[in-house]
Design a protein. Sequence first.
Length: 278
Amino acid sequence: MSTRARVRFCARMTLLIINCLLTAVLLTWYGVSPQVSTRQNYPAIIKDSVDRRSKAEREWRRMLDAYGVVQTPPDFYPITDTPRSLVGVSGGIRILDYKPDPGDESFALREAVKVFIDRWRDLLAVDPASVSLISADESGDSRRLTFQQVSYAYPVAGSFGEMVIIIDKSGTLLQLDDRFVPVVELPLKPALEREAAAKKIIGRTFNYTDIAGRQQQAQIGAPSEVSVKRLVVLPIEKADAVEVHLAWEIVAGKSLSWTVHVDAVNGEELRVVQNFQT
């Protein structure tokens, strides 16, 4: 190789190295990580936190003081430290401080709850802009309002992602059950495609007990018995942490069916729920 050719070769290699270094710097600058890093940090983990617990307890005391309620220890969920109930709060918490005009009662109660959620967002661990009312049921003198967490790109499934508030017609908060989870970083797209997730269920055998108490089995034998419904965010509580997964929600079976959650990143079967009673 001539001297001129060697110089051109070295120059090209130098430019290639510089381009690679610049690409790496830009990816780091914009917060983009290679897919392998995402896999290494997946699933996202919410760990028990002394700071989160202390903050929640402080906000609980502030709330009781604000409404003139006698101090009582909070009933929090483990790990997330959100209110599980108002146990010990005698007589509830009056959050509506006026008597609404006739015909405006429902609107006034909903507005009172909306203001309550906004005011105590740190206690409830919610962003008021990411809370959606999905049902409002009236029974006697009380109303049950169910809110859904919409702070993720996909619906939150499983036993998390909902908050239930029960309030009576006088504007007194009777029950508070908050199952919202902190927002953590998750992949926006599945690594396991919809069709591949469905194939994982074909051939799967489910065990169940019939009405006579006998053990039975049902096998999924055809693609027509599998319906992939949607992508969801699936928090799963472990011993001292909550794992947050991106998952496919799949219904398997026809007359007898099960809802199966399959991890959309690594293909692991995460959760199975029987959809019929025996």
